[in-house]
Design a protein around this ligand. Structure first.
Ligand code: COA
Length: 157
């Protein structure tokens, strides 16, 4: 069986950008196409770590750890967890998320949060198997793309 290697992305050639792009499309249908500039920007963001999983040297999965610094505490937040279709069911995501939790602990983070739609059965099973506990909270999002349109409209009148 192939060995999974997990690492934090520190540079990205064209093949890496393409691999991340393919992965992103499998977790977000609304994501903009990924380019090298965006990958560089994310890698240069000190509060964001991009963990990648490689099987036989090829990137097959990723998970992002964001560090949120507030007055109360420093919290970890997980985004964009995905394993390529062809590599699923081999515990790649378990290895990725275990490494992510180790990285969070090494940064002094006490809590790691994430959200996952209930319909994502496998992802929810994964997180629970790793010790994540369901929290009762309301999850909100404000879409500033629409707000910008209506604000611009108001400015014009
Ligand atoms: C979710 C996802 C990352 C899992 O990747 P994976 O590498 O195939 O998962 P693993 O092989 O590591 O399985 C991890 C655990 O998930 C859980 N799991 C797997 N299949 C499951 C299923 N059908 N039902 C419930 N839990 C399941 C199990 O706990 C499993 O561990 P176990 O086999 O030891 O019991 C992958 O399916 C994926 O990329 N899905 C699309 C994107 C997505 O949903 N991302 C999460 C966004 S929140």
């Amino acid at each position: 069986m192939s060995h999974v290697e997990i690492s934090v992305l520190v540079d990205a050639d064209a093949r890496t950008v393409e691999a991340l792009s393919q992965l992103l499309a499998q977790v977000s249908s609304s994501a903009r196409p990924l380019d090298a500039g965006r990958v560089r920007e994310v890698m240069q963001t000190p509060s964001t770590s991009v963990l990648v999983a490689r099987l036989d040297g090829k990137i097959v999965g990723m998970a992002l750890l964001l560090t949120l610094t507030t007055l109360a505490r420093t919290t970890g937040y997980v985004e964009e967890v995905v394993v390529d279709h062809a590599a699923r069911g081999q515990h790649v995501s378990t290895a990725l998320m275990t490494a992510l939790l180790d990285l969070a602990a090494s940064k002094g983070i006490e809590f790691v949060d994430l959200t996952s739609r209930p319909a994502r059965t496998v992802a929810n099973g994964l997180y629970q198997s790793l010790g994540f506990k369901l929290r009762e909270t309301n999850c909100y999002r404000h879409d500033l793309r629409q707000a910008a349109t209506s604000l611009h409209g108001a400015d014009l009148n």
